[in-house]
Design a protein around this ligand. Structure first.
Ligand code: NAP
Length: 315
């Protein structure tokens, strides 16, 4: 039976440690911590459904171990890997080649092993595009988007995706205001396509203050929460209901609860909302497509994620 989590020391002796595992473990998510990751059940369902003789596991890798652990992947027969907290930015410098999209984002969440080389991709932003379409039936490119927590890794990926999509308008909000300002300055030159929002600034960074947020919401269609506020059960909603309005679509990238605190605030304000479950699903489906060059069995992956979440929540 495969273990739930393996370590760097296990990876160094992979042939011995996993010799009983059938099908062989040839994909993994690297993280620290990683025990909570929902990626193994999701990807194992996809592998099984597709008749691929390989399985996916968790590797607890510290930042100090990351470079060596990535270099071991080709030697140990891995097809690829995913990266989660805190490795996405650091992994960029460990790749032999990096896809243009991941380079722009400055982070890698998917590694493809090609011979002895590592190729880096980022599927978080494209995963959000698919998730917004499936949850709300709209395309990111047509929306005025406000990103809350724009200074973090997920916030940067989402904001960059908005620029790539040439969305109608982008407002960046971050607790540490300078990070939002720096990102707005970086993204502004990328917005070159036509837009219809008149004289309003197309890209803008604002502070995390309720009065200014309320004002910006008038000119916003989609709010994406990329801050980690709401991850812990004891956290408040990152925005109070009074800062939201009924016309808004509210996407919370957090997926640890079925109805996050922000979604509850959206309910109170009469706005539609979704949690980050579908983003997790679609970024995973896109990783699968990179590894196997074939369409991912999304429904099998969704079902496995639902079962995993239900078991985790004890329901
Ligand atoms: P990160 O790089 O550590 O960024 C954390 C962000 O949250 C920063 O913008 C930070 O602001 C902000 N923040 C933290 N505590 C705050 C507080 N008390 N008040 C206001 N802002 C606060 O983390 P990350 O990797 O981007 O992940 C962020 C969230 O995205 C997590 O909840 C994660 O679950 C979610 N996510 C979901 C998916 C998915 O597939 N659904 C994928 C990736 C990430 P400062 O810059 O001021 O520190």
């Amino acid at each position: 039976m495969p273990q739930d989590v393996y370590t760097f020391q296990d990876l160094q002796r992979w042939e011995d440690v996993t010799k009983e595992c059938e099908p062989p473990l040839r994909l993994a998510v690297f993280g620290d911590p990683v025990a909570h990751s929902a990626s193994p059940p999701m990807h194992n369902a996809a592998l099984e459904k597709s008749g691929i003789a390989a399985r996916y596991t968790r590797l607890l890798i510290t930042p100090e171990e990351l470079v060596e652990a990535l270099r071991l992947l080709p030697q140990k027969g891995f097809l690829g890997a995913n990266l989660t907290i805190p490795h996405k930015a650091a992994a960029l410098g460990c790749m032999d080649r990096v896809d243009e999209h991941a380079r722009r984002i400055g982070a890698v969440n998917t590694v493809l092993v090609e011979g002895s080389e590592l190729v880096g991709f980022n599927t978080d932003g494209p995963g959000l595009v698919r998730a917004v379409r499936s949850e709300f039936g709209v395309d990111l490119r047509n929306l005025r988007v406000l990103v809350l927590g724009a200074g973090g890794g997920a916030g940067r990926a989402v904001a960059m995706q908005c620029a790539i999509e040439q969305c109608e308008r982008l407002v960046l909000v971050n607790r540490t205001a300078e990070k939002g300002v720096a990102l707005a300055n970086e993204l502004r030159p990328l917005f070159t396509g036509p837009h219809v929002s008149g004289p309003l600034a197309r890209v803008k960074a604002i502070g995390w203050e309720e009065a200014e947020l309320k004002q910006q919401m008038e000119q916003t269609d989609l709010v994406v929460n990329c801050s980690s506020v709401g991850m812990k059960r004891s956290d408040p909603s990152p925005l109070p209901p009074a800062a939201l309005q009924p016309h808004l679509l509210v996407f919370d990238t957090i997926y640890t609860a079925a109805r996050t605190k922000l979604m509850q605030a959206a309910d109170e304000a009469g706005a539609r909302s979704a949690n980050g479950f579908s983003m997790l699903l679609h970024q995973g489906a896109l990783s699968f497509e990179i590894w196997f060059n074939r369409e991912a069995p999304v429904e099998a992956m969704r079902k496995a994620l639902v079962q995993f979440a239900a078991a985790r929540n004890g329901s």
